[in-house]
Design a protein around this ligand. Structure first.
Ligand code: UT7
Length: 343
């Protein structure tokens, strides 16, 4: 063929989205919310054949919070968002993007984000949900970052909120001891390179592999059973995938962003199991005093776990301006990922 255009061979990219756009997405504030009711390991031992020793040794979890009757995922999200907005001194008119990461929406539709948007009195911009289960917050953060970096929106509420207590099979001791309810929210703001002075989301690595979907799923849904269904998990297999996939994701991210893991000030992992946290931190050579763990008091709050853990960083673990924060998560899909932020 004549005049054939010679294409350069495709460079194999590692799928890390690094923020080299015109704008930076800078974290303005963080908020969290936990429902009042606490369910302890002792409480659970009266419900199923388990005990505090097994739960503590295998997971590190001591208690979890459970949403009250009539308290929905959107209520948790709104409470966390209000804390974040107050801390930043912002109001509803200052937000033009609401993203809620959740696998436990109030309703099949509309998106919980639109309910949150309305409850907060936000009257402009867009609102939608992200469904990547426990990895949802990393996916939501990266999505918001892309929108802000392209200049499409100005200021986003990025929320992880869950009421997993509503999809737990409370007779299954293999899963009911693991999860809790909660929410965490970040205000992410578009800033120019000059304004940001090096702060902002530096990059994110996102992955999914649907061939593992049977390892962690809910056995119901509008299209299949027309019921909500219950969470099912092959825990020990998910455990192995979690340790290797998260470690690989973080290494890929660090190398593509061009940072050493020794530069990380705070590692805020998905709070699924203390043993997973420890194994990943060990693999990555991250010292214990830089690893944030809230799993003992929150359990696994799915998409809420990372922003909720971030919201709990006060006192000795207070994030200072300029700190490098590494987050990661894995969940149903399987979907997993990691992100680096300069605060
Ligand atoms: O956020 C989404 C990602 N999810 C995760 O990351 C969770 C990943 N998985 C895990 O955290 C762990 O696999 C579990 C905590 C779920 C389980 O720990 P494990 O060390 O992998 O235990 P196992 O599933 O291999 O079960 C060991 C034994 C079994 O008994 P047999 O077959 O050895 O007699 C279970 O029946 O522990 C038994 N068991 C329990 N015993 C007392 C399972 N659950 C319980 C329980 N209390 N609650």
């Amino acid at each position: 063929m004549q005049n054939q255009i010679q294409l350069a061979p495709l460079k194999r990219l590692s799928n890390v989205k690094t923020n080299q756009a015109e704008y930076r997405s800078v974290v303005r504030s963080i908020g969290g919310y936990l429902p009042e009711r606490i369910l302890t390991n002792e409480d659970l031992s009266e419900m199923v054949d388990t005990d505090d020793q097994w739960i503590t040794e295998r997971t590190g979890i001591k208690k979890r919070h459970i949403a009250a009757e009539g308290e929905f995922t959107s209520d948790l999200a709104v409470a966390a968002a209000r804390v974040a907005l107050d801390k930043a001194g912002l109001g509803p008119d200052d937000i033009d993007l609401v993203i809620v990461a959740t696998a436990t929406p109030d309703r099949t539709f509309p998106a919980t984000a639109t309910i949150v948007q309305n409850k907060l009195g936000i009257r402009r911009g867009a609102a939608f949900d992200i469904q990547a289960v426990c990895a949802g917050f990393v996916f939501a953060l990266s999505t918001a970052d892309n929108f802000l970096a392209r200049g499409q929106f100005e200021r986003a509420l990025v929320i992880g909120a869950e009421t997993f207590s509503r999809i737990i099979d409370w007779s299954d001791r293999g899963t009911c001891v693991l999860f809790g309810d909660g929410a965490g929210a970040l205000v992410l703001e578009r800033q120019t390179e000059e304004e940001a002075e090096g702060r902002g989301v530096l990059g994110a690595h996102l992955r999914s592999d649907g061939k593992f979907s049977e390892l962690l799923y809910v056995d119901g849904g509008p299209s299949t059973t027309q019921t909500v269904g219950h969470l099912r998990m092959v825990g020990n297999q998910v455990f192995k995938h979690a340790v290797t996939k998260i470690s690989d994701s973080v290494r890929t991210l660090a190398s593509d962003v061009g940072l050493e893991l020794s530069d990380v000030d705070w590692f805020v992992p998905h709070q699924a199991n203390q043993r997973i946290l420890d194994a990943v931190a060990r693999n990555l050579g991250l010292p214990e005093d830089r690893v944030i763990s809230t799993v003992a008091s929150h359990g696994n709050t799915s998409a809420a776990s990372v922003p909720l853990a971030l919201s709990c960083m006060t006192g000795e673990t207070q994030i200072k301006p300029g700190d490098l924060v590494l987050i990661e998560a894995i969940g149903g899909g399987l979907s997993w990922g990691s992100a680096l932020m300069r605060m």
